[in-house]
Design a protein around this ligand. Structure first.
Ligand code: BES
Ligand code: MN
Ligand code: ZN
Length: 498
C-alpha cells in the first residue's frame, strides 16, 4: 500500500529548505507562528503584496522565489479570505490548493496549519493533510520516458506544522486509512483492461485479507450453481472468466446485521453485440469504478478498524462481442427466478447488479444495501460531473447520504422512482427487458435494479459522471477520482461510530 508520500506533522518551525507555505486572511493577516517565521524577511511581504495587489483573498497567492532573509527556496503566501467560514470540506480543499503550489522540482514543503486567529485544530490539520495527499496522487506506472528538460518526478515530502503534532498524528491515522482506500480505488480505475480483467481484479481485492477482511471468491461454476445467469450472460463473449468477490469486515457487534456495499465491476465495456462507437471507448476500462470504490471502502473500514459489520460484494465481468456472446432478444433467468429479455447488450451493468443485489439480499440479509455503478450515460446528461444520481426506496438512507455528501464534497442528487417508470421495462416475452427506451434512461435502469431488492432499504448511486474523466479539481488531477470512498466512509462513521 502507498505509504511513501504521506504527510508528516511537526511543530511550527521555519524549515531550512524547500517550500514554505503560509496562510493569510483578508487584510494581510497572519497567525502568530507565521508572523514569527516572516520576521527575518522585514517588509518583503508588504512590498510583494503591494506589487501584486494581494490582500489575502481566498484562492489568491504570492509566490516568492529565494525569499531574502529565509533559508527556504520558495515562500508561498496563500490567501484564505475570511477563515471564520471554513467547514471540514474547505480544509481538505485548502490542503489540495496548497499542495498544488509546490513545484515538481521541490523536494519538500512545509505548510503552517494556522490562520490569523490561531493554529488549526488537530482535526482541521488532518483534513488539510488529507487534501495534500489527494492532490499529489499521480498514476504514472506505465510512463517509461521523460520529455527533454523535464525534471525527474520527485515526490515532495509534505510537513504540516501544527500546535500539537502528536494529536494531529492521531487525527491523521484514520484519514490515512481512508486516503489509502481512495488511492486504491483510483489505481484500479486507471489500470487498463488488459492488465485488470476479472480474475486479476479479484486477486487485488483479495489482498485486503492482510487487513483482516474475510474474502470469498465465486468462480463460474459456483455462480452457475447459484443461478446467476444474468451476470454470467454478460461475460459469455469474453476470454476472461467472470468473478464475484465477497469481502467481509466484522468490526461491529458479533452477529449484528451487516451493512452492504455492492459494485458494478465491468472491467471493459465494449457494449457487446450492441457494440459502442469507437470514440472514447477507451474510457470503458473504467466501467468497474463502482467495484473499485467498494474495494477502496473496505480497505478504509478495515485499515481504520471501523466499528461496523460491513460486506462488500463486486460483480466482475468483461462485456465483449464474440461468437459466444449473448444477443439482443436473448432471455436470461436471473438468480431471483425473474426473467430478463436482453434488448441491448450494452445495458449490461444492470444485469450484473440484478444477480449480485439478489445474492447479497438473500444471503447476507443486510440492514441496507448501497450499490455503486457507472450505469448510464444518461446520468451524465442529467447531472454532469458534480453530483452522482441517487435512487432509493428509503428516505432516511437517502437523507444520510445527502448529508455525508455535503460533508465530504462527494455530493448526491436524488432522482425519482415510481410505477410509471417501472412499467417502461415490462417485456412482451419475459418479466422485464433490460432497456426502457430513450426517455429517463437512468431511471429505467434503476427501476430494473429495484425489482431485485425487495423490501430492504436500498440506494443505487449512478456514478458514471463522477467517477471517470474527472474534472481537474483542487484535490484530484487524475482521470479517476476514487469517488464514493470518502462518502460511504463518512456514512458509516456518522451512523455507526458516534
Ligand atoms: N457503462 C455504460 C455507461 C457509461 C457511459 C458509463 C459513459 C460511463 C461513461 C453502460 O453500460 C451503458 O453502456 N449504458 C447505456 C445504456 C443503454 C444501452 C440503455 C448508455 O448509457 O448508453
Ligand atoms: Mn454498457
Ligand atoms: Zn457499462
Amino acid at each position: 500500500m502507498p505509504k511513501a508520500d504521506n504527510p508528516r506533522f511537526a511543530a511550527f518551525a521555519t524549515p531550512s529548505k524547500g517550500v514554505l507555505i503560509l496562510f493569510c486572511e483578508e487584510g494581510l493577516k497572519f497567525g502568530r507562528a507565521s508572523r514569527r517565521a516572516l520576521e527575518p524577511t522585514g517588509d518583503l511581504i508588504r512590498r510583494a503584496a503591494a506589487a501584486d495587489r494581494f490582500t489575502g483573498k481566498s484562492g489568491k497567492s504570492l509566490d516568492i522565489v529565494a525569499p531574502a532573509g529565509l533559508p527556504v527556496a520558495r515562500l508561498v503566501i496563500l490567501g484564505v479570505g475570511k477563515a471564520g467560514r471554513f467547514k471540514t470540506q474547505d480544509f481538505v480543499k485548502l490542503g489540495g490548493t496548497a499542495r498544488g503550489k509546490v513545484p515538481s522540482a521541490a523536494g519538500e514543503a512545509t505548510i503552517f496549519a494556522e490562520f490569523a486567529g490561531g493554529a488549526l485544530s488537530a482535526e482541521q490539520a488532518a483534513e488539510l493533510a488529507l487534501g495534500t495527499r489527494l492532490r499529489s496522487y499521480v498514476f504514472d506506472r506505465y510512463k517509461t520516458k521523460r520529455k527533454e528538460g523535464e525534471e525527474p518526478p520527485v515526490k515532495a515530502q509534505v510537513t504540516v506544522a501544527v500546535g500539537n503534532p502528536a494529536t494531529a498524528e492521531r487525527a491523521w491515522a484514520s484519514r490515512q486509512a481512508v486516503v489509502d482506500g481512495v488511492v486504491l480505488a483510483r489505481d484500479l480505475v486507471n489500470e487498463p483492461a488488459n492488465v485488470l480483467f476479472p480474475e486479476e481484479f479479484a486477486r487485488r481485492a483479495s489482498a485486503l485479507k492482510k487487513l483482516g477482511v474475510a474474502i470469498e471468491v465465486l468462480d463460474v461454476p459456483a455462480m452457475k450453481k447459484l443461478g446467476m445467469n444474468a451476470l454470467l450472460g454478460v461475460g459469455l463473449g469474453s476470454q476472461h472468466d467472470s468473478r464475484v468477490v465477497v469481502m467481509r469486515w466484522n468490526g461491529g457487534k458479533k452477529g449484528a446485521q451487516p451493512v452492504a456495499f455492492i459494485g458494478k465491476g465491468v472491467c471493459f465495456d465494449t457494449g457487446g453485440i450492441s457494440i459502442k462507437p469507437a470514440a472514447n471507448m477507451e474510457d470503458m476500462k473504467g466501467d468497474m469504478a463502482g467495484a473499485a470504490c467498494v474495494v477502496g471502502l473496505m480497505h478504509a473500514l478495515a485499515a481504520r478498524k471501523a466499528k461496523v459489520n460491513a460486506v462488500g460484494v463486486i460483480g466482475l465481468v468483461e462485456n465483449m462481442p464474440d461468437g459466444k456472446a449473448q444477443r439482443p432478444g436473448d432471455i436470461v433467468r436471473t438468480m431471483s427466478g425473474q426473467t430478463i429479455e436482453i434488448i441491448n447488450t450494452d445495458a449490461e451493468g444492470r444485469l450484473v447488479l440484478a444477480d449480485v443485489l439478489h445474492y447479497v439480499n438473500t444471503k447476507h440479509k443486510p440492514k441496507f444495501m448501497i450499490d455503486l455503478a457507472t450505469l448510464t450515460g444518461a446520468i451524465i446528461v442529467a447531472l454532469g460531473q458534480e453530483y452522482a444520481g441517487m435512487f432509493g426506496n428509503d428516505d432516511r438512507l437517502c437523507d444520510w447520504l445527502t448529508k455525508a455528501g455535503l460533508a465530504t464534497g462527494e455530493r448526491v442528487w436524488r432522482m425519482p422512482l415510481g410505477p410509471e417508470y417501472d412499467k417502461m421495462i415490462d417485456s412482451k416475452f419475459a418479466d422485464m427487458k433490460n432497456t426502457g427506451g430513450r426517455f429517463g434512461g437512468s431511471i429505467t435502469a434503476a427501476q430494473l435494479l429495484a425489482r431485485f431488492v425487495d423490501k430492504t432499504p436500498w440506494v443505487h448511486l449512478d456514478i458514471a459522471g463522477t467517477a471517470l474523466g474527472s474534472p481537474q479539481t483542487d484535490i484530484n488531477k487524475s482521470w479517476s477520482s476514487g469517488w464514493g470512498v470518502r462518502l460511504l466512509n463518512q456514512l458509516v462513521a456518522d451512523r455507526y461510530e458516534r
